[in-house]
Design a protein around this ligand. Structure first.
Ligand code: ADP
Length: 176
C-alpha cells in the first residue's frame, strides 16, 4: 500500500514549539494577526519583529484572518522557515460550529503547507488555551484531520504535535 505509513509520519512531543527545528510551525493566532498571549505571544517574542511586519502586510491586504483560515509568514529568527498562522474557534459550548472550525484550522494549515512546499510541520494544541476548547475533543479532531490529510497527501513527511502542558501531552499519547 502506498499510504500505509501515515502513523510513521506523525509524532507527539512535549515542549515549546518555538524551539522546534522544522519547515513550518503553526501559530494559534487571533483574527487580528497582531499577536496575543499564549503560544502566539511566545512565537512573536522568539521570532522577532519580522513576523509581525508580515502579519501587518497581510492585514492591509485582506483584513486579518477569519476563524478556521490560515496565512503564512516568515519565521524570523526561529529555526523553522515559516510560521503558518491559523485562528482557532473560541469554545462557546459546542453548538457554534466550533468542531468544524477547528478541523478547518488543521486542514487549511496543511493545505497552505503543501502549497509552499513545506514537508515538515509542527502544530500546537490549537484553541485549548485561552479559547477553552475541551482538550480531549480538540485532540480527537486534530489527529483525525491530520490522518485524513496524510492519507491523501504524500508530500508532507512529518507532522509533530507539540504539547505544552501535561494534560494535552497525556491525551495525545493515549491517541497515538
Ligand atoms: P488559543 O487561544 O488558541 O487557545 P493559547 O495560546 O492560549 O491559544 O493555547 C493554545 C495551546 O498552546 C495551549 O494548549 C497551550 O498550552 C499551548 N502553548 C502555550 N505556549 C506554548 C508554546 N510556547 N509552545 C507550544 N504550545 C504552547
Amino acid at each position: 500500500m502506498v499510504f500505509d505509513n501515515v502513523e510513521d509520519r506523525i509524532k507527539v512531543i512535549k515542549g515549546d514549539i518555538t524551539k522546534i527545528e522544522t519547515d513550518a510551525i503553526v501559530n494559534a493566532a487571533n483574527n487580528s494577526l497582531l499577536g496575543g498571549g499564549g503560544v502566539d505571544g511566545a512565537i512573536h517574542r522568539a521570532g522577532g519583529k519580522e513576523i509581525l511586519e508580515e502579519c501587518i502586510k497581510i492585514r492591509e491586504k485582506q483584513g486579518g484572518c477569519r476563524t478556521g483560515e490560515a496565512v503564512i509568514t516568515t519565521a524570523g529568527k526561529l529555526k523553522a522557515k515559516y510560521v503558518i498562522h491559523t485562528v482557532g474557534p473560541v469554545w462557546k459550548g459546542g453548538e457554534n460550529n466550533e468542531k468544524e472550525l477547528l478541523r478547518k484550522c488543521y486542514y487549511n494549515s496543511l493545505k497552505l503547507a503543501v502549497e509552499n512546499n513545506v514537508k515538515r510541520i509542527a502544530f500546537p494544541n490549537i484553541s485549548t488555551g485561552v479559547y477553552r476548547f475541551p482538550k480531549d475533543l480538540a485532540a480527537e479532531i486534530a489527529i483525525n484531520e491530520v490522518v485524513n490529510f496524510l492519507q491523501k497527501d504524500t508530500s508532507i513527511t512529518e507532522v509533530i504535535f507539540v504539547c505544552f502542558d501535561d494534560e494535552n501531552y497525556k491525551i495525545y499519547l493515549d491517541y497515538i
